[in-house]
Design a protein. Structure first.
Length: 382
């Protein structure tokens, strides 16, 4: 085919012959490469859709675009072997293009692998602790791997440019020294990056963990290399530096399990009969759809001046369900007490003093030394 092209342009001036041969050879190689790529990925797409797993579909979709350009590059390379004019042009750009395509394909492979593993780690099931841990590690390591691939790709591209080749070689050969050189200026960023890597190892938090931070209730929505996104209960997002979860104290309600205990406090009258209330609470909690059947008990936990403090202990499989369970039990128990035992509601009592006691009060005060002299200075104690 290349011979036909050269034969076709024979007779053209020398200044136009070589560029035209190079352009036509490059176009021919590109067309052949695109046709081969289209046929290959159509076959792979049918095979992926025919399988029961979604992982192969993800891999095919992720690799289709970068490999298309890689096929184009390979088509140009094969055409350049038969065309000296094209080879002279391609040799100037190949050192810059090939590292770029290689890095692009490496990132696509990495992301396809991560997405395929995430599909297998389903966090919608009830006991999803292991799946959430797997997703957290994949998320953090994917970002670290992407950073390293981008770094090596840029270094390889720089190494292909004669003017900055020494810079590219230095970046590749002494990445550790370069990191130390910029460490003083980029200490906060490096600290956060190391904190993200450390979190992947120690796992203080995982994706979809329920936490309490700065008095805010929320779930871990995303873990980046330098910061963590917490989705709060009212759909606000709290962006927190990664090292915060390694240096400060916070509550993790789902560190080992999502099951939790919760309480509801009722403040009732001192004269209340606890037995009927305990029986009603047992009936309500055992019949409730949100109770996980682990713990339930009613206890009098405090005796105050005006009320008794009655604690209703209950359990649920996770924090949001526990919140709903506590709210519904609080409402239903107070409704039952108002209807069936209104005397149990706390009442304000006033001390009643007999008239005879009121008459004797002045003499009692004088006997205690609280009187004043009729002729002396007012307020002077005897």
């Amino acid at each position: 085919m290349i011979d036909l092209i050269e034969r076709y342009i024979t007779g053209l001036p020398d200044w136009a012959e070589r560029p035209l041969v190079a352009v036509l050879a490059a176009l021919l190689g590109t067309v052949i490469a695109l046709v081969v790529h289209a046929v290959l990925f159509r076959v792979l797409g049918r095979i992926a859709r025919a399988s029961a797993s979604d992982s192969d579909d993800i891999v095919v979709n992720r690799l289709e675009r970068p490999t298309r350009w890689a096929f184009v590059a390979f088509g140009i390379v094969f055409a350049a072997r038969e065309t000296p004019a094209l080879e002279a042009v391609w040799s100037r750009f190949s050192g810059f293009v090939m590292p770029l395509l290689t890095g692009w394909i490496a990132i696509a492979v990495l992301r396809a692998f991560v997405e395929a593993m995430i599909v297998r780690a389903d966090i919608t099931v009830e006991n999803n602790r292991n799946a959430r841990r797997r997703r957290t590690r994949l998320s953090i390591f994917a970002r670290i791997g992407t950073f390293l691939i981008v770094f090596l790709t840029i270094a390889g591209m720089l190494a292909s440019i004669p003017g900055v080749r020494e810079v590219g070689v230095t970046l590749m050969a002494s990445a550790g020294v370069a990191a130390l050189a910029v460490g003083a200026a980029a200490q906060p960023a490096l600290k956060a990056l190391i904190a993200g890597f450390q979190m992947a190892m120690t796992e203080p938090i995982s994706i979809d963990d329920v936490i309490i931070l700065d008095g805010e209730w929320g779930r871990i929505e995303d873990i980046r290399t330098t910061y963590v996104v917490v989705r709060l209960w009212d759909d606000r997002r709290l962006v927190v530096p990664s090292n915060r979860f390694l240096e400060d104290t916070f509550q993790n309600w789902t560190k080992t399990t999502s099951q939790l205990l919760g309480t509801v406090f009722l403040y009732l009258d001192h004269a209340v009969d606890i037995a009927p209330i305990r029986e009603e609470y047992t009936r309500q909690i055992t019949a409730h759809r949100l109770w996980d059947k682990r713990a339930q008990i009613l206890q009098v936990t405090d005796c105050r001046d005006a009320t008794l403090e009655v604690r209703l202990l209950m359990s649920a499989r996770d924090g949001p369900i526990l919140f709903d369970l506590r709210a519904e039990i609080r409402e239903s128990m107070m409704d039952w007490i108002r209807r069936e035992m209104p005397e149990a509601l706390a009442r304000r009592r006033e001390v009643q003093v007999e008239p005879m006691q009121l008459a004797a009060a002045p003499s009692m005060i004088e006997a205690m030394g609280g009187g004043t002299s009729s002729s002396g200075a007012a307020g002077t104690p005897h």
